[in-house]
Design a protein. Structure first.
Length: 373
C-alpha cells in the first residue's frame, strides 16, 4: 500500500467587517501587540537585572495576572494572547539559532495580526457573500515537465511530448519603478513626523503592496496551473542567496520571485499528490548538449545560443537546459528517487490548532457583513 504524506495547509480570505467588527479586530490586534511588547520588555528587564533567561511557560502563567492589571485584555480571546507569547518564544528561538536578529517591539503603524480559536465559523449570508469553497482534488495525470528558470523569461517548460513553453517575466517592480521613485522622492521632501509625511508614506506603501500583490497573484496562478497539468515536476535547485550577490542581476532576481514560486509549487504538489524532483545544484543543465551529451565548459552567462562542436546542434540556452532537466528527472523517477519536498504548506510552524487571519483596512460591503471572496 502506498504511503500517504500529510500536508498542513491554510486558506487566506479577504474580510469585509462591519464598523462594530472593525472595532473588535482593532482591539484584538492592539491587545496582542501590547502583550507581545510587555513580555519582551519584561524579559529584557529580568535578564538585565537578575540574569533570568527567557522561559515561555513562566511568562504564559503571567497572563491571568496581567488581565487583572489591564482589564481591557479580557475583551479579546485568551488564545489570541497566548499565541502572542508563543510568537515571542519563536522569535527568541530564531535569535538563539542565529536565524534572525534580536526581537524588537511591534509598532502600530506596521499593522498586525492575531490568532483565532480553531472553532470559529463564518455564517452564510446569501448566494454571493459568505460562501466558503474548498478546492476539489483532481485525479492524477501521467505527464512530466521540467522547468528552467531565467531572468529574461521567467521560466521555460518542456514536457515529454516535446512541447516547449516560454513564460514571460512580468517584471512587476521594473514596470512600477518609475512611479515608485517619483513617490519616494516626494516622501523624502516631507518633514518626518508631519501629517503630510504620514500620508505620503502610506501612499508609497500602497504602491509597494500593489507590486507585491501582483507578484503573488502571478506566482500562485502559475504554480497552480503547473501542478494541475503535471503528475511530476522537475526543478533546478537554485542557490538564490548566492545569485543575489551579482550586483548587475540582484534586483531582477529579487523581483522575479523564484524561491517563492518553488515554495508554492512544492506545497501544492503535496496537496494534489504530485511528485517533485530537484536536480543537483551543480548539475550543468545549460552546458550539456541534449543531443550528444557534450559539455561546453566555455559557456558564459551572456551566451544565449550556442552550437555543439561535436554534433553541430544549435541550442537555445534555456530550452536546452529544460530538456536536460527533463532527462535528469525521468532518470531519477525511474530509479525511485522521487518526491523531494523542501517546505511545509504553512511554513515552519506546525501548530495545527490555531488559524491566523491577517487584518486589512477595508470598506464594508452593501450588506455590512463579514464577507469572503
Amino acid at each position: 500500500m502506498r504511503n500517504k504524506r500529510q500536508a498542513n495547509y491554510s486558506y487566506k480570505f479577504r474580510l469585509y467587517p462591519t464598523n462594530e467588527q472593525k472595532l473588535f479586530l482593532k482591539k484584538a490586534v492592539g491587545c496582542v501587540r501590547f502583550v507581545y511588547n510587555y513580555m519582551l520588555a519584561k524579559a529584557k528587564e529580568c535578564y538585565k537585572e537578575s540574569g533570568i533567561k527567557w522561559n515561555v511557560h513562566d511568562y504564559k502563567k503571567q497572563l491571568p495576572t496581567l488581565k487583572k492589571e489591564y482589564p481591557f485584555l479580557a475583551e479579546v480571546y485568551s488564545q489570541s494572547l497566548q499565541e502572542a507569547v508563543f510568537n515571542l518564544d519563536r522569535a527568541f528561538k530564531n535569535f538563539f539559532k542565529k536565524k534572525s536578529d534580536f526581537p524588537v517591539f511591534k509598532k502600530k503603524k506596521n499593522g498586525g495580526s492575531f490568532y483565532l480559536p480553531q472553532g470559529f465559523k463564518i455564517e452564510r449570508i446569501d448566494k454571493k457573500w459568505g460562501l466558503l469553497y474548498l478546492p476539489k482534488l483532481k485525479k492524477p495525470i501521467d505527464k512530466i515537465c521540467a522547468i528552467d528558470f531565467g531572468v529574461k523569461d521567467f521560466a521555460v517548460m518542456v514536457d515529454e511530448d516535446g512541447n516547449i513553453e516560454k513564460i514571460n517575466n512580468p517584471k512587476h517592480l521594473q514596470k512600477a519603478e518609475k512611479r515608485l521613485v517619483r513617490e519616494q522622492r516626494k516622501l523624502s521632501r516631507k518633514q518626518k513626523g508631519s501629517k503630510n509625511f504620514e500620508k505620503q508614506r502610506l501612499k508609497v506603501a500602497k504602491y509597494h503592496e500593489k507590486v507585491a500583490n501582483q507578484r503573488e497573484d502571478f506566482l500562485h496562478k502559475l504554480s497552480k496551473r503547473v501542478v494541475s497539468e503535471n503528475q511530476a515536476i522537475i526543478l533546478e535547485d537554485l542557490h538564490v542567496k548566492g545569485l543575489l550577490k551579482n550586483k548587475h542581476l540582484s534586483k531582477s532576481i529579487s523581483d522575479v520571485g523564484w524561491s517563492k514560486f518553488v515554495r508554492y509549487l512544492t506545497y501544492k504538489a503535496q496537496w494534489y499528490d504530485r511528485k517533485t524532483v530537484f536536480a543537483n545544484r551543480f548539475y550543468p543543465s545549460s552546458k550539456l548538449c541534449n543531443v550528444c551529451g557534450y559539455k561546453n565548459d566555455f559557456l558564459t552567462l551572456s551566451d544565449r545560443e550556442w552550437i555543439c562542436p561535436e554534433c553541430k546542434s544549435e541550442h537555445d540556452r534555456d530550452i536546452n537546459a529544460s530538456i536536460n532537466l527533463l532527462k535528469y528527472g525521468v532518470t531519477h523517477l525511474k530509479s525511485g528517487r522521487t518526491g523531494t519536498v523542501r517546505t511545509q504548506a504553512c511554513g515552519d510552524s506546525s501548530d495545527g490548532g490555531m488559524v491566523e487571519i491577517p487584518v486589512y483596512e477595508s470598506s464594508t460591503n452593501e450588506a455590512g457583513s463579514l464577507s469572503i471572496y
